[in-house]
Design a protein around this ligand. Structure first.
Ligand code: AMP
Ligand code: ZN
Length: 115
């Protein structure tokens, strides 16, 4: 747990959130400013500031994060119509919270490319 990290605090339950999934490794919740009808974030409880800081020791963790996200997408009913995963990195990538998180977006047709 990193000091002053919003998503560490949310995963620890120190800051309230709208939980969609929780286990010993991951926490998922609804984005406070949703960009689509379904907009969830899944975070590892382990603090990693940005995706490029993940190391070889995180390889399996990141794989499991996608499998948990798949289960969330299934539960949200967005798999068959279609959905999108997004990981933003650094300023030009639009990252605002420096604890890695996978956006799960769906519930409407999403445009491409992103702005
Ligand atoms: P990013 O811009 O990729 O770093 O994504 C950060 C996301 O976290 C944004 O979509 C925010 O709307 C969302 N967010 C920020 N604070 C909270 C919060 N307290 N609860 C839920 N989502 C949040
Ligand atoms: Zn953190």
């Amino acid at each position: 747990m990193a000091d002053d990290c919003l998503f560490c605090k949310i995963a620890a339950g120190e800051i309230p959130s709208d939980e969609v999934y929780s286990d010993e490794e991951f926490y998922a919740f609804r984005d406070i400013n949703p960009g689509a009808p379904t907009h969830c974030l899944i975070v590892p409880r382990k603090h990693i500031a940005r995706i490029t800081e993940a190391g070889p020791e995180d390889e399996a963790l990141l794989g499991r994060m996608f499998l948990r996200a798949n289960a969330i997408a299934e539960a949200e009913g967005i798999v068959e119509p279609g959905f999108r995963y997004v990981i933003n990195c650094n300023e030009d990538g639009g990252q605002t919270v420096y604890h890695i998180h996978l956006h799960i977006l769906g519930g409407r047709a999403l445009s491409w490319p992103p702005g």
